[in-house]
Structure formats: C-alpha cells, structure tokens
Design a protein around this ligand. Structure first.
Ligand code: ADP
Length: 635
C-alpha cells in the first residue's frame, strides 16, 4: 500500500465514521441544522463508500458510478450553504442561486455520462469555489462574532470547509492539467485529512476537547460570580451573573428568574434597572421552572408562539433553560439564548445545569449573608437599646437622687416648722440638678433621633467667628470666661447654626468638665485650605492615646472620665461627630502641647471665601489674633 493509498483509506474511514456520528445526532435532534450537517458529511461518506463498493464489484470507473460520485460530492458545498443559513441567515437569492447551480451541475454531470470533461471540471471548480468559498467565508466571519466554545467550533467548521473546498478544487485542477495529477492527488488527500479532522472538532468534538475548551470560560464564570455573594445590590449581582453565564456559553444573552413561591411569580432584572414579574409558568423559562427539568427550544418563537415577539426582540431563537434548585428548594430558573447556534446547544445542557447549580449556591449564599446581616442589625438594635437604658438609668439616677433628697428634706422642714423661710441654697441645688436631668434627657433623645434620621436640616451662610463669639458671650453671662481668637476676615460657611452652636457648647462644656478647676477654655478660629478650623483647647486630663478615636463612638467614655466626674452618657462627642460630618466637615482630637485636649473642627468654607483666602500653610499660627476675641487688622 502506498502512502497515498494509506492517507486515502484513513480519510475514507474518518469521513464515514464522522457521518455516522452526525447522522445519529440528526436522528435524535431532528433539526434543520443537524440534517444539513448530515447532508454535508453524507455527501462525502456515501461517495467514498460508493467508490469502494464499485471497486469490489468490479464497476470501478463505470460512468453511472462516476456521475453519482460527482453529484454526491457537489452536495457538500450545497449543504454548507444551507448550514450558513442555519447559523447566520443568508439572503434568499443566495440560497436559490446555490440550489439552481447545484441542479445545473448535476444535470451537466449526468449529460456527460460520467466523463470528466474539461468544461465539467471547470464548472465543478467554479461551483465549489463560489458556493463552498462563500460558505467558508461566512463561517469564518460568524466565528469572529461568536464567543467561547461556539467560536472555537465555528472556527473549526470554517477551516474544514475552506480546506475541503481547496482539496476538491485541487483534484479537478489535476484533471485539467494532467502532469500535475499525482502530486495534486497527494496534496488533495492531505487537505482532505485536515478537513475531516477540523469537521470532527467542529461538528462532533469529543467530550475531553469540549471540556478543555470550556474550562477557561467556566473558570472565568466562577471567578466573576464568587464575589457576587457579598454584593448588596441584588439587581447588580443578578445582571453581572447573567453576563458571566452568557460569556461562559458564548451565547447572545442569559437571564436569571427569581421565584417567589407564595405569589407564584418569577421576577427578572430589567437591563435598564428595575424588575419585571411574570406568572411562574410563562415563557420557556417558566416551563423549565414549573416542570423542574431542562428545556430546549431550537425555535423559541415557534415553541412558545404567545411570546414570539418578545423572543424575536431579544434575539432569542434558540433558548435553553434549567431550574435553579438547592436542597429541594426551588430558587428560580436560568435560561441562555442565542440568535442561532442550533447545532451546539444540546451538548451544552450539562454546562447549563452546572451553571444553574452554581447560581443556586450563590443565591443561597446571598440569602444567608442578607439574613446574617439582618440578624446582626437586629442584635445591634437590641444591644443599643440595652446600652441606652442602662446608661440612661445610671446617669439619670444621680441627679434624681439629689433632687429627691433635697426636696424631701425641704418637705420635712416645712412640716416641722412651717414658719421657717425656704432654704434658697437647697432650692438652687434642686434647680441645678433638675436642669442637669433635663439636659441628659435632651441628649438621650437627640442621640435617638440621630439614629432615625439626619441631624442637619437647614443650612445657611454664617460667619463662623460670629457663632464662636456668640458662644463666648453666652458663657460669659454664666460667669465662665472663654478666650477666643479670630482672624480678621469673616469665614463664611453654610451651616445649620443651632446644630453648630450645640457642637461648640458641648466641646466647651467638656473642656470645663475635664479641664483644670478654674481654667478657661480657649477657642481659636483659622482657615487652612478651604476650611474654617475651630480649635477648642483645654489644659486638663487629656485623653490616653489608645482611646482617642473611640471617644467619638456612641456611649464611649474614656478611662480618665470616671476620675473626673461620674456623670456623662458618652453621647456628646458622638452627636458632635454626626453633626460635623453632615456638614461635610471633620472633627478630631489632638493633644494640647503641655497636656490637655484640643478638639479640632473643620467646616468647609463657602467657595467665594475659599478663593479669597491666602494659602498659608498653617494660618492658625500666622494670622493676627487677639486673645480677647475681637478682630484686629493686619498691622
Ligand atoms: P461625656 O458625657 O462622657 O462627657 P462625651 O461624648 O462628651 O461624653 O465624651 C466622651 C468621652 O471623651 C468622655 O467620657 C471623656 O472620657 C472624653 N473627653 C471628652 N472631652 C474631653 C476633654 N476635653 N478632656 C478629656 N477627655 C475628654
């Protein structure tokens, strides 16, 4: 046996084997595309078988056998043209022209009675090159539009088609130019070998090849989907998952329906945002969900005519769907659709089920995460309430005990000696402690209100220095001296004035509370880049380094606080921070040089002021100030 004969035998076995495989698929699927695939390979396989049988029975070279072989071979480009229509659609006139050319060539072959004349060879070359060449080019273009495994299979089909056409054209060229015959025959057999292998990969890739081709897409799906368990926005998570599933399939799109068992609906994320709801048995997806099985529709508009328009608008001709289920819980349904790819989808069902189960796990993880954070939020709320109650009970008891004790004392005195005048010192104590009680209750209510909503309401332009001066004046009225330093120019910020005054009052009161007895707090105003900076300085106990951030937390009292005073809810600074941050500002604690606390608040300046201010590195140090708080001009 020569090398040529060996290659030829291998080719024949492969073509017949491949034909048997695709014929088996076609009998099972009965789709136009699978019949056309069978026609394509059947043309070659039957021609090969025919010439073998003819050789056995001694009819080798008989005119009828040759004519039939030629007709069978020219069915191949014709079948390719029909497959092009299945894959991507082609103009009707192209299909008609192809069919007419096929018929004409057939008639020419019959008329020639099996003799391959030069005109017949030229006509056959022309037919293969035009029709087959067109199909190969469209397959190649189509493969560039496809993704994932579909792309690889389309590329293999395009390669197989191009090489097969080249082999046949070569063979007929050998007929026309006789001296080239033997070499052309060898090249043609080699090309045919490449073609049949490419067709194998394109039309019936073995499972291990499919798995290898799928792997990168599948890995990408898993990588993209894993982090979605923690994404809070359900719509974003679902649409991202759909995109990942479509990419893993090389499909036009994918959709995930989430079932609501009580309402018997399935809802889908709309691409533009929001959700749409349908009864849970509507669409092909609904069938997969209610019947809890995989559904394949090669022609969705035909399979579900009530919604034909919706499928056509979405570019969904082929639709496959699988239920998403975990531990018998029906979560929803995953569907993948493509404009055309009818021959590939059934092999993809295992992948669809894999993606559906992965999606199920992910959705379950999302539900668990959401449930856990809901529980945590509820626990937080309960803990907060408990903290609130115990803090309130503890802090309200001290002044209440004083008020009650003093009042009972006065009551007893009044009963015993009604003629004695009321003790003014006792009354003053009652009033002072009752005020403290009122302030504590107000603070508690304020913090509670902050939990429910916003602190800052109406903001209007105000000069920060003027606000600081008003605080100083108010405290001066109560006999407390505060020194204030302000720059010359007004520092205008958009503020909710009562709220900012509340912040400053709180800081000044803390400075008095935790400062040295009789010490006067100092307030300085400056304007580093774009901000009005207010510093409230005391020289008191200070705050241990490790606790500086925590003092702004709800109910947090630093370890030093108890040495100084037993009262205080640990809410004041928390409220301050909330108010300042709602002004787009910031608050922090610094150590006062030499000991003590400095609280620094930055509030954004109104833009006009910001541009007018000089960009000094630390204006707090360089701007002219006067301790009394009155503004002075630059001398
Ligand atoms: P409290 O009602 O306890 O004063 P705050 O929220 O106002 O609550 O303050 C929280 C804690 O921060 C205080 O308990 C105290 O430990 C610390 N703190 C606040 N201001 C000062 C300050 N000027 N000097 C030292 N420690 C302070």
């Amino acid at each position: 046996m020569t090398a040529l004969e060996l290659i030829s035998l291998i080719n024949q076995v492969l073509f017949i084997g491949l034909f048997v495989v695709v014929l088996w698929h076609a009998l099972r699927r009965r789709t136009r595309a699978s019949w056309n695939t069978a026609l394509l390979l059947g043309g070659v396989a039957v021609a090969v078988a025919l010439s073998r049988v003819a050789a056995w029975v001694g009819l080798d070279g008989a005119p009828a056998v040759t004519a039939l072989t030629l007709i069978l071979l020219s069915a191949v480009p014709f079948a390719m043209l029909r497959l092009v229509d299945d894959f991507s659609g082609s103009p009707r006139w192209v299909q008609i022209a192809g069919a007419v050319a096929f018929l004409a060539l057939g008639m020419l072959t019959v008329a020639g009675m099996g003799e391959v004349t030069a005109p017949l060879a030229v006509a056959t070359i022309g037919f293969f090159a035009a029709v087959g060449g067109y199909a190969a080019v469209v397959f190649a273009l189509e493969s560039r539009r496809a993704h994932g495994i579909t792309r690889r299979r389309m590329t293999a089909v395009a390669l197989g088609a191009a090489v097969f056409i080249a082999a046949i054209v070569g063979l007929f060229l050998g007929v026309l130019v006789e001296p080239l015959g033997p070499i052309v025959a060898l090249i043609a057999q080699l090309l045919a070998l490449v073609a049949v292998l490419a067709f194998f990969l394109g039309f019936a890739p073995p499972a291990w090849v499919r798995r290898a081709w799928r792997e990168p897409d599948l890995r990408r799906f898993l990588e993209r989907s894993v982090h979605l368990a923690g994404v809070a926005d359900e719509h974003a998570a679902i649409t991202e998952l759909e995109r990942a599933a479509a990419a893993a399939f090389g499909a036009t799109g994918a959709s995930i329906g989430l079932a609501d068992a009580d309402r018997r609906i399935i809802r889908y994320a709309l691409p533009a945002g929001g959700w749409s709801e349908f009864a849970d048995d509507v669409y092909i997806a609904g069938r997969a969900f209610t019947q809890q099985r995989r559904v394949v529709a090669h022609d969705a508009p035909e399979a579900d005519p009530d919604h034909a328009l919706a499928y056509e608008e979405a570019g969904a001709r082929t639709v496959i769907g699988a239920p998403i289920t975990t531990d018998d819980r029906r979560i929803g349904v995953l569907t993948v659709y493509a404009e055309r790819a009818p021959i590939f989808v059934e092999d993809d069902l295992w992948l669809l089920e894999l993606l559906a189960s992965q999606t199920g796990l992910l959705l379950e993880a999302r539900t668990l995460t959401a449930h856990a954070s809901e529980l945590r939020a509820r626990e937080d709320a309960t803990r907060l309430k408990e903290e609130f109650l115990s803090a309130a009970a503890h802090d309200l008891r001290t002044p209440l005990t004083v008020v009650l004790g003093q009042a009972e004392l006065m009551e007893r005195r009044a009963i015993r000696s009604p003629e004695r005048p009321v003790d003014p010192a006792g009354l003053a104590r009652i009033v002072r402690e009752a005020r403290r009680l009122r302030d504590l209750v107000a603070e508690l209510l304020d913090a509670q209100r902050l939990e429910d909503g916003r602190a800052v309401l109406d903001r209007s332009a105000a000069d920060v220095c003027e606000v600081v001066s008003a605080i100083r004046d108010r405290h001066a009225g109560n006999g407390v001296e505060i020194s204030v330093r302000c720059p010359v120019e007004p520092l205008v910020s958009a503020i909710d004035r009562p709220r900012i005054e509340q912040v400053l009052d709180n800081l000044v009161e803390n400075a008095l509370k935790y400062g040295p007895a009789g010490g006067a707090p100092e307030v300085a105003v400056a304007h580093p880049d774009g901000y009005a900076r207010i510093s409230v300085v005391d020289h008191g106990v200070g705050i241990p380094e490790a606790e500086r951030e925590r003092i702004f937390e709800r109910f947090y009292r630093a370890s030093n606080a108890h040495d100084v005073t037993d009262t205080g809810l640990g809410l004041g600074l928390y409220i301050c921070r909330r108010i300042v941050e709602e002004h787009d500002g910031r608050i922090r604690h610094d150590e006062t040089p030499g000991g003590g606390s400095t609280f620094v608040i930055d509030l954004p300046l109104e833009p006009s002021v910001e541009t007018a201010g000089e960009a000094t590195p630390d204006p707090g140090l360089t701007l002219p100030h006067r301790i009394s708080g009155e503004r002075v001009a630059d001398a």
